[in-house]
Ligand binder design. Structure first.
Ligand code: SAJ
Length: 421
């Protein structure tokens, strides 16, 4: 009889691993979530969570209390293993696979015939083969699919996560899923596991194409955001309102320009395109330039703030930065251009700096000890000379130019409207 993978270990309990473990547990799988951080493990075992994701706290509490989800710092025997650990890049944009390697080594001794291993971490092309070869070295007693195809003892597949932070629980169920097995038997095995919760289509391909597909999706978005960011610079030079321009251009039936912003943040879109560039540096010219355009956008915002400070005749102007997170209505400050810009404004001593970030209770470590205050929106508005809108949080949506007529506004998100509608 085909294995139905009743016991699943999820290695890495971050923004992807924890929701995946929780959804599997909610479908009646016995799930062990593994994380090297003891605090994370203790938090989850007490029925709470260490990240912010709408609806996840309630669901974790339920599956922990019903005994379907347990967290541990060490993996043990299982029917299936899902690896969802970080894959950052090193200083020179070279992918850092050390967390994946550590995860593979941690499960190797527990493998038995019939097991399924899935790599979900965003990874450079060839990573699944690398995992399979590493396991072959660590467990010469087992037969792996890259050697023997249908007769393999262990099945291995790459199945990238594609969920949007803030909407993870919905997208985990509803999104289509790319499944790239080392062999077609591996793909079939992975689909059997994912069908426990995926309502979208499971689309089968080979591991290398699946790896590239994930990188391509995020590079596509990065290139499109870079186009919008470049347009915003061109419009500044030509004294054109970029938001008005994009609104007009998007009336064309085949044009859909994304939104400019202060830069691209988070741990996905600002990272993954580099994996493509690293794998084919000569060919990946546009993808590289898009990364450079998006990475340089914060500097243009900082220059604008400097010019604004120079233009007002006040020794210590009040500069209010609205938003710190990497995008709207989340608390995630990782790789956030808003944090980078705020820090630069403080470090350049451009004025008295106030920050409004409704989604956090304290400033991040990178701003701690600096001359900056975290304040409510009303307080910031009552003092501000230069308003720098960095994130389009829902709390800021009502702001109008009318209310702020005597202030200088640097609106990187096109949020401040002319008047109330
Ligand atoms: N951004 C803009 N303008 C836009 C859209 C986004 O400046 O028009 C900025 C955001 O403010 C943010 C950054 O881009 O700083 C990334 O935000 P995002 O919402 O585009 O994407 P992420 O990083 O939250 O999630 C992405 C998603 N990938 C795609 O949409 C192709 C998600 O589906 C992936 O699962 C996720 O990366 C991931 O984990 O790889």
């Amino acid at each position: 009889m085909k294995n139905t993978y009743n016991k699943v270990s999820v290695i890495g309990l971050g923004y992807i691993g924890l929701p995946t473990a929780t959804v599997l547990a909610s479908k009646g799988k016995y799930v062990v979530g593994v994380d090297i951080n003891q605090d994370v493990v203790d938090t989850i075992n007490s029925g709470r969570i260490h990240i912010v994701e709408p609806g996840l706290d309630v669901m974790v509490n339920k599956v922990v209390r019903s005994g379907f989800l347990k967290a541990s710092t060490k993996p043990g025997p299982s029917d299936a293993f899902i690896i969802a650990v970080p894959t950052p890049f090193r200083g020179n944009h070279e992918p850092d696979m050390s967390y994946v390697d550590a995860a593979v080594k941690s499960i190797a001794s527990h493998l038995v015939i019939g097991n399924l291993i899935i790599l979900e971490s965003t990874s450079p092309v060839g990573s699944t083969e690398h995992v399979a070869n590493l396991l072959g070295q660590l467990r010469p007693d087992l037969v792996f699919p890259q050697r023997s195809g249908v007769d393999a003892d262990i099945q291995i597949a790459y199945c990238p996560e594609r969920v949007l932070p803030g909407n993870v629980l919905f997208e985990l169920l509803k999104n289509d899923r790319i499944v790239g097995g080392v062999t077609s038997e591996c793909s079939q095995a992975a689909v059997r596991l994912y069908k426990a919760f995926v309502e979208g289509e499971c689309v089968i391909t080979d591991a290398r194409t699946a790896e590239m597909s994930k990188l391509t999706e995020n590079a596509f978005r990065d290139v499109n955001i870079a186009f919008a960011n470049e347009l915003s610079l061109i419009c500044d030079e030509n004294r054109i309102d970029v938001w008005e321009l994009i609104r007009l251009a998007n009336h064309h039936p085949r044009v859909n320009i994304l939104k400019p912003g202060p830069g691209v943040g988070g741990h996905c879109i600002a990272v993954d395109p580099w994996f493509i560039v690293h794998s084919a540096p000569e060919q990946a010219r546009m993808i590289r330039v898009a990364r450079e355009v998006n990475d340089s956008k914060p500097y243009h915002v900082i220059e604008k703030v400097k010019r604004a400070v120079g233009s007002i005749n006040k020794p210590d102007p009040v500069i209010a930065c609205l938003g710190l997170s990497f995008k709207a209505d989340i608390d995630d400050l990782r790789e956030s251009p808003a944090v980078r810009i705020t820090k630069a404004i403080i470090d350049h001593n451009l004025g008295k700096v106030l920050v409004v970030e409704p989604n956090v209770e304290k400033l991040p470590d990178s701003l701690n000890g600096k001359a900056v205050e975290l304040v409510e929106l009303d307080e910031a508005l009552s003092q501000v000379d230069i308003l720098v809108v960095l994130v389009d949080h829902k709390e800021f949506l009502g702001l109008t130019k009318m209310d702020l007529s005597d202030k200088i506004i640097i609106d990187t998100r096109g949020l401040i409207t002319l008047s109330r509608h």
